[in-house]
Design a protein around this ligand. Structure first.
Ligand code: ADP
Ligand code: MG
Ligand code: MG
Length: 251
């Protein structure tokens, strides 16, 4: 089943073109890794999919489960089951992590026609998820991302992903800045959350993540489009030869 189909997508911000014809098809059950130099447009692609209000689509289309996402706002897109983990997770002063996660979970549940969770029910559900990322319960009572270490922010992202049960998760450099133990916990959680009817898009600079999470496809972005697609060997080649690989004729 095709979950996401991106056709010749051109998009940018404030009149500046960033994406120059992205094509990508993601089926249920697949894991897609997207690699590429800094500034090649990886984060822009994820933000455009998620409906970030500052970015605009100039041509092409993004189809999720047969429906165009172009006119939808980020909240609608999220509740439909597209999850975007942030490259730089923001702090939200004055809002506890558990209140924040419960609100996000309830908006997804509402879309799915499930009843809203009160704080008591939510506590029960969150316990399972929190075990998955091996965090302490006290983590829930702190303000969102305030004073969280880099690794805790990334684990919190995975906690949120686990609660929302998305169909597609886009994780933007979830592995950057993680120590070895956190990397393993985060990878195991991502693997545990990958199901036959879901898909994951992993944006990463490092092949090491792909030792833990087996990608179905590896794509390389350059200058706003996907210029090469392969399997996990492509990531290994890239690690060895760097992006000079793109200069080779056979791409
Ligand atoms: P990547 O995630 O691959 O490193 P980005 O999508 O963040 O790349 O950026 C792609 C290009 O778009 C870069 O040249 C960057 O400078 C530009 N860009 C990104 N965000 C903005 C913005 N808010 N305003 C102007 N240019 C931007
Ligand atoms: Mg980026
Ligand atoms: Mg939009």
């Amino acid at each position: 089943e095709v979950l996401l189909e991106i056709n010749d997508l051109h998009a940018g911000i404030e009149g500046q073109k960033i994406l120059n014809g992205v094509n990508l098809k993601v089926n249920a059950g697949e894991i897609h890794a997207i690699m590429g130099r800094n500034g090649s447009g990886k984060s822009t692609l994820s933000k455009v999919i998620a409906g970030h209000p500052l970015y605009s689509i100039t041509s092409g289309e993004i189809i999720f489960k047969g429906q165009s996402l172009e006119k939808l706002d980020p909240e609608e897109i999220a509740s439909m089951g597209i999850f975007l983990g942030f490259q730089y997770p923001v702090e939200i002063p004055g809002v506890s992590n558990s209140e924040f996660l419960r609100a996000a979970t309830n908006s997804r549940r509402k879309y799915l026609g499930k009843e809203e969770l009160d704080s008591f029910d939510f506590d029960e559900i969150v316990k399972e998820s929190i075990n998955l990322i091996q965090m302490k319960d006290s983590f829930l009572e702190r303000n969102v991302n305030e004073g969280f270490s880099g690794g805790e922010k990334k684990r919190n992202e995975i906690l949120q992903m686990s609660l929302l049960e998305p169909l597609i998760s886009i994780l933007d450099e979830t592995d950057s800045g993680l120590d070895i133990d956190s990397l393993r916990i985060v990878s195991q959680a991502i693997n545990a959350l990958s199901k036959k009817d879901t898909a994951t898009i992993l944006i990463t600079h490092y092949q090491r993540l792909l030792n833990e999470i087996e990608p179905t496809f590896v794509h390389i972005m350059d200058a706003g489009k996907i210029v090469k697609t392969g399997n996990k060997n492509l990531a290994i080649e890239l690690e060895k030869g760097g992006y000079d690989l793109l200069k080779k004729k056979d791409i």
